[in-house]
Design a protein around this ligand. Structure first.
Ligand code: DLL
Length: 443
């Protein structure tokens, strides 16, 4: 095993001692410097001195996204403006972004954690790193960029989009590592296929994919299409950005959380009580080293579980399972809960479909209805006599999808099989759900 930092193999006792020391420092920091947290702690009758063990974290109130919004833009910053060296924002599609800030130490720690993650993913100093995450307020581009540079990789800041140019640069520069959202990397891989480029013609060996939910089946698809090993990377701007957790290439079995910088809890989102290890719940993070925007018990809205078993790779850090999705994106259809990533998982097992899909939520009378829009492969389309979409083989394919969804996701869906290239392609985070229920009411 090749670790970037020995802390990744520390004993639990050693790690917990470090976490407690850093937690106490963080609580002091927010109490002294952030009026919002000071008020919250005073209201809950808690002083920083009352944090005497890691268990005591449960005494502290939770922080939620709306607290950041209410304190827009810089109200939760814990340092003087002159100490802030970088500002990022959430990738929210509407309204004002959630603003986050970093000091010089924060961006150095961040780069170090991402460098650590790239090593876990299989990367080395001498590698060329093709970074297809979007550059800008989104933390993906610059977050991965500075981590790759810190490790010493020749970093190509290509960002998302302009897919054919990306492919030319992949052919010419010969990167070993590619990073991007799985949906955008799929877009690149498909374009390569159309251009007649085979996986053995490209140099890439490792992929670092995340920033959106994806499934094990999508991992296999991307690994096969590109001839690579792909790992999952997780993070969120409120907590830092990419690098909060990443899988190792050795085991590809859960994401190693940087325990020395973040304390994780998993709670039941309804009761707010902790759930046992191995059980799904909402991930809650407390930052342990951040200066500009320390965050206490941040409710991410992301659903996953954790384990503290030592990984096959030798790292002893807490591992989280692949994130199923956000609570907000969970569909509750006629009493059944489903995440789009589960739909993806079963769709990808059906031949004759490409791995792109969209879920349209509509109304049928007063009932919620799911329209699943999928896309046939170009081969399937060209084999249709007269390219006739009403041909019986399309009907059979539709039945197969309907059956898979009903059996595995327990929901009856209206299936729409589109012609090749009909589903919008992603250049960053894919838009999987279109909620048209209000439109139906308005009509
Ligand atoms: O997406 C940071 C990031 C950039 C992570 C590049 C990984 C790679 P935000 O834009 O603030 O930050 O969005 C954070 O995206 O709460 C999750 O819901 C989702 N998310 C991030 N990584 C994953 C993942 C970046 N690997 C929100 N699997 C989070 C599933 C993910 N969901």
């Amino acid at each position: 095993m090749n670790v970037y930092n020995q802390i990744e193999t520390a004993s639990r006792a050693e790690m917990e001692a470090l976490q407690l020391e850093r937690l106490q420092k963080t609580v002091n920091h927010v109490f002294t410097n952030v009026p919002f947290y000071r008020d919250q702690l005073i209201k809950s009758n808690i002083s920083p001195e009352s944090i005497q063990s890691l268990e005591d974290i449960k005494k502290l109130p939770f922080t939620k996204k709306n607290h950041l919004r209410e304190n827009y833009p810089f109200g939760l910053f814990a340092v003087d403006q002159s100490e802030v060296t970088r500002i990022h924002g959430s990738s929210g599609t509407s309204g004002k972004p959630t603003v986050v800030g970093y000091t010089k130490n924060d961006t150095e720690n961040w780069a170090e954690l991402v460098a650590r993650g790239i090593v876990a993913a299989g990367g080395k100093k001498e590698d060329i790193f093709h970074n297809a995450y979007g550059y800008g307020l989104f933390t993906g581009g610059l977050g991965l960029h500075y981590g790759a540079e810190k490790l010493g990789c020749a970093t190509v800041p290509i960002s998302g989009g302009n897919t054919e140019r990306q492919i030319t640069l992949i052919q010419d520069f010969k990167p070993k590592i590619i990073a991007g959202t799985p949906s955008y990397i799929l877009n690149i891989a498909e374009r390569m296929e159309e251009m007649g480029i085979t996986p053995d013609e490209i140099s890439v060996e490792y992929g670092i994919f995340g920033a959106e939910p994806w499934s094990e089946e999508m991992r296999k698809t991307l690994e096969n299409k590109l001839g690579i090993k792909a790992v999952d990377i997780y993070g969120l701007s409120e907590v830092m950005g990419p690098g909060v957790a990443i899988e190792c290439h050795e085991a590809q079995d859960g994401l190693h959380i940087a325990d020395d910088h973040f304390l994780i809890e998993v709670i039941n989102p309804d009761t707010l009580e902790p759930v046992p290890e191995g059980e799904d719940g909402e991930l809650v993070f407390t930052s342990l080293t951040k200066e500009a925007l320390p965050i206490i018990r941040y409710r991410t809205g992301d659903i996953s579980s954790i384990t503290r078993e030592t990984c096959k790779c030798g790292r002893t850090t807490t591992r989280m399972a692949r994130v199923k999705g956000r609570i907000d994106d969970m569909l509750i259809i006629r009493g059944v809960n489903i995440f789009p990533s589960e739909i993806e998982r079963y769709l990808l097992q059906i031949d004759d479909l490409v791995p792109h899909f969209q879920i349209h939520l509509t109304k049928k009378g007063t009932m919620d209805n799911v329209e699943l829009h999928v896309e046939m492969t170009p081969e399937f389309f060209s084999n249709l006599p007269g390219e006739d979409l009403t041909h019986e083989s399309v009907g059979q394919l539709k039945k197969k999808i309907q059956y898979a969804m009903k059996t595995h996701c327990l929901v009856s869906m209206d299936i729409f099989i589109q012609k090749p290239k009909s589903i919008p392609r992603s250049e960053g985070k894919a838009v999987r759900i279109l909620d048209k229920r209000d439109l139906a009411v308005a009509q």
